[in-house]
Design a protein around this ligand. Structure first.
Ligand SMILES: [Zn+2]
Length: 82
C-alpha cells in the first residue's frame, strides 16, 4: 500500500482520467465516505458534549429522546427535525 497521498501529484496534474474504477475500490471509497460522515457526526457530538449542548436538538433545543440517542449517539436533532 502506498500512502503518499498527502504529497502533491508527482506529475503535477489531477488523476482525473483513470480507467473505469475497480468495483471493490468504488465500494471501499463509498464505505470510506460513510465512515468519514459518521466520524464528523461523532466529532460534532463530542463538541456539543464539551459545550453542554449534547442530547438537545440543534434546531429547537428540545431534548433528544433516550432511545434516539441509544440508536445514534451522535444524533443532533429531535424526532421532529430529523
Ligand atoms: Zn427539534
Amino acid at each position: 500500500m502506498d500512502h503518499d497521498d498527502a504529497a502533491p501529484d508527482a506529475l503535477g496534474h489531477e488523476r482525473a482520467e483513470e480507467p473505469a474504477e475497480d468495483p471493490i475500490a468504488a465500494e471501499a471509497r463509498a464505505l470510506l465516505s460513510e465512515i468519514e460522515a459518521e466520524l464528523a457526526a461523532v466529532s460534532a457530538a463530542l463538541d456539543r458534549l464539551e459545550a453542554g449542548g449534547y442530547g438537545t436538538c440543534e434546531i429547537c433545543g428540545a431534548p433528544i429522546a433516550d432511545e434516539a440517542l441509544a440508536a445514534d449517539p451522535a444524533a443532533s436533532r429531535c424526532s421532529v427535525h430529523r
